[in-house]
Design a protein. Structure first.
Length: 274
């Protein structure tokens, strides 16, 4: 079957109904402000594809097909053509079944628009909810991408050990957590701190560059004409930049010696033993 025309004459819903009523097998191509392909097997939907600037998205389950038709249903100008089938060879779903899902998505979109979330410059998750919530398994990967990996020490420092234990136990019991190797984040903050104050560094990386902070960079070595007994120097008390990290604090004008460096290494090993 070969059929082609303009979407101004035939809506996508009309084309879906034609394919089902005639029990045709083929692939329907949509060309407009959005591009897509819908696959049919004996009039039933077996798959769909959506192509955009960021790549292509294809699906062969009911939910994925509904998502793609939901997007393509907004195309009103452009062309269409039906050619030989090159989609999945499966039983598929009726047009009515998939369109029910599309209508449900359109209803959800209306609520989101009314809430002002579509046009917002940013959206943040609330700190508290009033009732238990349910997240569909197919939507879980979206929430995972919203939350970066974290550590037990991080939660403990923010909310206390008891709360951290309860949260981690819940995540473990529900099968919602897994360990991550070589996490470049809160788990290695002491390593980064130790590297920042390693011998040879002029200033710890976390101390900042405040104007009131004295530089710890050693002056160029020069050969004195004669050795003189060093007199103790009482340093002035300039305004200080306080850097607090997991119980450690140091003013920006502090000179960190090898002893401090060794202490940081010792603290790091203690954290790893927890």
């Amino acid at each position: 079957m070969h059929l082609s025309g303009q979407l101004s004459d035939w809506s996508i819903n009309d084309l879906l109904q034609i394919m089902q009523v005639t029990s045709k097998t083929g692939s329907l191509d949509i060309e407009g402000q959005r591009r897509g392909r819908i696959h049919f097997r004996e009039g039933r939907l077996t798959g769909a594809e959506l192509t955009g600037e960021n790549g292509s998205y294809a699906g062969s389950d009911r939910s994925a097909i509904a998502d793609i038709l939901y997007v393509l249903s907004t195309v009103e100008e452009g062309s269409f053509s039906v050619g030989a089938a090159d989609g999945p060879e499966s039983k598929g779903w009726t047009i009515e079944e998939v369109l029910l899902d599309v209508v449900a998505l359109q209803s959800l979109e209306g609520e989101v628009v009314d809430a002002g979330l579509f046009e917002a410059s940013g959206v943040a998750l609330v700190n508290q909810i009033q009732e238990p919530i349910t997240i569909e398994p197919e939507d879980w990967h979206v929430f995972v991408n919203l939350v970066p990996p974290f550590t037990f020490n991080y939660l403990e420092s923010r909310y206390g050990r008891g709360a951290a234990v309860r949260v981690f136990h819940t995540l473990h019991r529900l099968g919602m957590a897994e360990t991550v190797a070589d996490l470049d984040g809160e788990a290695v903050w002491l390593d980064r701190l130790a590297e920042g104050v390693a011998p040879g560094e002029s200033q710890p990386s976390w101390a900042g560059n405040g104007d009131s902070a004295e530089s710890t960079e050693a002056p160029p070595e020069t050969e004195p004409e004669e050795e003189a007994e060093e007199e103790p120097v009482v340093a002035a008390k300039p305004d200080r930049i306080q850097a607090n990290m997991k119980g450690l604090s140091a003013p920006a004008n502090t000179t960190l010696t090898d002893g401090v460096y060794d202490e940081i290494r010792r603290l790091r090993s203690r954290v790893g033993e927890k």
